[in-house]
Design a protein around this ligand. Structure first.
Ligand code: ASP
Length: 609
């Protein structure tokens, strides 16, 4: 037996026991002839002591310990003279009678403690050392806890966990596919799943009724703090359900996760907001409702007064920022530059300051009377002491810019506390999105989402305006300004699915080639069904109060999609030779090596003959 206890376990009640611990030396220091060692494992840290008058060999071994040596240590549990209330084991220490070095360690490239002195790149290269640090161990423990809650809840609701394949054909989730060349079928490729969408629907056709999977998905997209090329979804599908059934089921799951993992009670029922209200009031389909500062349209109030910028705009909207009327010229100039950055994209910024005594000052004083400006301030629900910020332009674009500005101001005012949780459902999404650039419709969610039954008449119309009005029973779960999940009630009728591909400009041949299998399956008694998927990494990060998902993934990739620890992707990979299938087929290719030729942009497969 290597140990009797873990390094996080011993308390004053264990005083007098002889124990054996095993773990990593976090620190060792000499003090007046005594050696103190902090021994760490996943469970905590325990202080070990080698007294000055201990056996000479023991003193010598203790002196030889370096950081991250793996040792086994035996001794007696004593009450500590100077207790450390910050450590759960801080009341005790172990007076050692024996140390066995189980393995030595090279000097680690950074400190492996709560806070590390290592930079991000260095820690990524030695991820297995970074993973020894308590914050990362806590992050992965939270991930584990949440996964257990999900499984226990869904199992209790009759869901079956079923795995679906990774080597498949393209799934239309709107990103680029990762592809894998097939050795057995030269010249052909598999695509890695962007989601198990088509398979989970086929499981409904197959009668499995309630499916879930905590599953890896792959999307070749530009990366951000909350995006990885491979990420994990909690993927679910249910048969014989309406939107209400799906929302209630997964609200229940979230409620259990919040309660059991964080001890937090979320509202029951959760608030719901239509996509249109979210866009109009928050300039985002993932509104952060931890704070107000809603967007208000003021187009009618300000047009026709001679200010040409407003007169020529399709939409004018404003937000009232609390207690910021004192903003200086310099701060307002800085904010104007901020909204002009390409990430926001506004052309300029108009402000109205309502001083504490009610006096109004504005960058458009010349064109408006104080009464008119007061009316604008009132429309934006500003009170004395507030600052109204106004943007104008094309409607949705301007609302989105105001939404970005709102989030920025909310952050500056400290209104986005990660320990406050404000979840909600966004519902009633438009089914389709028109792209001016491509002159065609795209599916707002994905092409398997059904139109609302009451909007079907518009779905079958050939007029663009009609199609633009069609809404879907599609829904997103949003938490603190982040979309954590989304789904929809699906099409389960072959003819309607074909119509959808038509509307999306996918030719009959293309639809048949890409999705013939699902259209065909719908001809064999597909039940009404719907479902959703949550981004599990994001769920973990937000529950942990963080924005970046990387700490919640054991071995993540960096911003360039690289794993710098194993050095991947790499430009060559060895493939073991294959055996000929038969003497009659001497032409069969036997790949020996795959090599990427960057200048030519091709993958060369070298053959052995
Ligand atoms: N497959 C969808 C997604 O990955 C979720 C769903 O519709 O269930 O976004």
């Amino acid at each position: 037996m290597y140990r009797t206890h873990t390094c996080g376990e011993l308390r004053l009640a264990d005083k007098g026991k002889t124990v054996t611990l095993a773990g990593w030396v976090q620190k060792s220091r000499k003090l007046g002839g005594m050696t103190f060692i902090d021994l760490r494992d996943r469970y905590g840290i325990t202080q070990l002591v080698v007294e000055a008058d201990a056996d000479a060999a023991l003193v010598e071994t203790a002196a030889s310990l370096g950081r991250e040596f793996v040792i086994q240590a035996t001794g007696e549990v004593l009450e500590r003279q100077s207790k450390n209330p910050k450590m759960p084991t801080g009341d005790v220490e172990i007076k050692l009678s024996a140390i066995r070095i189980l393995n030595k360690s090279s000097v680690p490239p950074f400190t492996i403690e709560e806070q590390s002195d290592g930079g991000e790149d260095l820690r990524a290269k030695y991820r297995y050392l970074d993973l020894r640090r308590p914050p990362l161990q806590r992050a992965l423990a939270l991930r584990h806890r949440l996964a257990q809650e999900i499984r226990s809840y869904l199992d209790g609701q009759g869901f079956m966990e079923i795995e679906t394949p990774y080597l498949i054909k393209s799934t239309p989730e709107g990103a680029r596919d990762f592809v894998v060349p097939s050795r057995m079928n030269p010249g052909t490729f598999y695509a890695l799943p962007q989601s198990p969408q088509t398979f989970k629907q086929l499981l409904m056709v197959a009668g499995y009724d309630r499916y879930f999977q905590i599953v890896r998905c792959f999307r070749d997209e530009d990366l951000r703090a909350d995006r990885q090329p491979e990420f994990t979804q909690i993927d679910c599908e249910m048969s014989f359900v309406e939107q209400e059934d799906v929302l209630n089921t997964f609200e229940g799951m979230m409620r259990q996760m919040f309660k059991n993992a964080l001890g937090v009670d979320i509202p029951n029922p959760l608030p719901r907001m239509s996509w249109y209200d979210a866009m109009d009031g928050y300039g985002s389909d993932k509104p952060d409702i931890r704070f107000g500062m809603k967007i208000h349209e003021i187009t009618k109030l300000v047009q026709g007064c001679g200010f040409s910028v407003f007169d020529g705009a399709a939409y004018i909207g404003g937000i009232a920022v609390e207690d910021c009327a004192e903003y200086t010229r310099k701060q307002l100039d800085e904010l104007t530059e901020w909204v002009k950055r390409p990430q926001v994209g506004a052309k300029g910024l108009v402000y109205i300051k309502i001083a504490a005594d009610g006096t109004i000052k504005s960058s458009i004083d010349k064109f408006y009377t104080p009464e008119q400006l007061k009316a604008v301030a009132d429309a934006c629900e500003a009170k004395a002491g507030d600052l109204v910020l106004v943007l104008c332009g094309e409607k949705r674009k301007t609302q989105t810019q105001l939404g970005v500005l709102r989030i920025e101001m909310g952050g500056r005012l400290g209104l986005r506390d990660p320990k406050v949780f404000a979840p909600l459902w966004i519902v009633d999404f438009p089914l389709l999105e028109w792209s001016e650039e491509d002159g065609r419709f795209y599916a707002m969610h994905h092409p398997f989402t059904a139109p609302k039954p009451e909007h079907e008449k518009w779905f079958y119309s050939d007029k663009k305006e009609d199609l633009e009005r069609v809404c879907a029973n599609a829904y997103d779960f949003v938490l603190n300004g982040t979309e954590l999940g989304g789904g929809s009630i699906r099409i389960h009728d072959a003819a309607m699915q074909s119509r959808m591909f038509d509307v999306l400009g996918i030719s009959k041949e293309d639809a048949e080639y890409k999705f013939g299998f699902i259209i065909n399956a719908f001809k064999f008694g597909a039940p009404p069904h719907g479902g959703l998927a949550f981004g599990f990494d994001r769920v973990c990060a937000l529950f942990g109060g963080q924005e970046t998902i990387r700490d919640y993934i054991a071995f993540p990739k960096n911003n360039q999609g690289r794993d710098v620890m194993i050095d991947s992707p790499s430009n060559s990979s060895w493939l073991p030779p294959t055996r000929r299938r038969s003497r009659e087929d001497p032409t069969e290719l036997r790949f020996a090596r795959a090599e990427y030729l960057p200048d030519e942009g091709v993958l060369r497969l070298l053959c052995r003959v």
